[in-house]
Ligand binder design. Structure first.
Ligand code: MF3
Ligand code: CO
Length: 258
């Protein structure tokens, strides 16, 4: 079932989303070569708790999969070939030339906000810079399709089309999602699909749209048994951007802005 959010619920989601946006802004100012990814996590968790929120991902356990341990951190920090769900670690050092996806979720007032950005560290290979720019544009184009009356896969098709037209590949086995009182609600929001298919979008639907786009040919992000982190099949870099939005009559309302 896809829930429709009331005006009151949307304002609560906006408050959670604003904390997420502030965390990602702070990380953008602080992230640099030589740092370890656990430092970023500590910074994010303190900021969230100081602002009356709880990290959405901490202790998150996927329903019906007991092979994976509850998620142990506030952020997902995924470097280069890591697509998503990189677990912060004091031994994991950020290096010059890396691209680093930071994904953050905040629960406050009964509702979640979820957003991700990919940061460039120092001198990044121009082709990899293009990957990051195109992935950001994929998110923008997806959001531009999120309006009442359109269909869900109009979002997906817009993301896929932009990625492919630049020769990049879409990670198909990880998807965006509905969001609200639960971090993951219906419907799944794939980053590929056919225009004019999928459920009709209605005002008040809240979606986390999150393109994961890779150089090379990978169509899937793969994890070792029991590990959270998911990497490209061919070891090529992957980028990730995400916003939580609410469908409106015209332009989508973005919850995860500062
Ligand atoms: N934004 C990601 C998602 O929506 C992050 C989830 S991390 C998890 O799936 F630990 F909560 F799974
Ligand atoms: Co998400």
């Amino acid at each position: 079932m896809i829930t429709i959010k009331s005006h009151r619920e949307i304002e609560l989601m906006r408050a959670s989303g604003a904390i997420v946006a502030q965390v990602l802004g702070m990380i953008g100012r602080e992230i640099r070569e030589g740092m370890n990814t656990l430092e970023l996590d500590r910074m994010a968790e303190s900021y969230i708790r100081d602002n009356g929120g709880v990290p959405s991902f901490l202790n998150y356990a996927p329903k019906g999969d007991s092979s994976v341990k509850p998620y142990p951190a506030t952020l997902c920090v995924s470097i280069n070939e890591e697509v998503v769900h990189g677990v912060p670690d004091a031994r994991k050092i950020i290096r010059n030339g890396d691209i680093v996806s930071v994904d953050c979720g905040v629960f406050k007032g009964g509702y979640h906000g979820d957003s991700a950005r990919t940061y460039l560290i120092g001198e990044v290979d121009p082709k990899v810079q293009e990957l990051v720019r195109v992935t950001r544009e994929c998110l923008e184009r997806g959001i531009a399709q999120a309006r009442a009356g359109n269909r869900l896969h109009d979002i997906s098709a817009a993301v896929e089309e932009h990625a492919r037209c630049h020769g990049f590949s879409v990670i198909e086995n990880m998807v965006g999602h509905g969001i609200g009182a639960e971090l993951h609600e219906e419907p799944p929001v794939p980053n590929y699909g056919r225009k004019n298919t999928g459920v009709k979008l209605r005002e008040g639907m809240a979606l986390a749209i999150e393109p994961m786009i890779a150089m090379g040919r990978s169509r899937n992000a793969v994890s070792k048994n029991g590990a959270w982190v998911a990497v490209t099949e061919d070891g090529m870099p992957s980028a990730h951007f995400e916003h939580t939005i609410v469908v409106k009559k015209d332009e989508a309302d973005i919850m995860t802005l500062p």
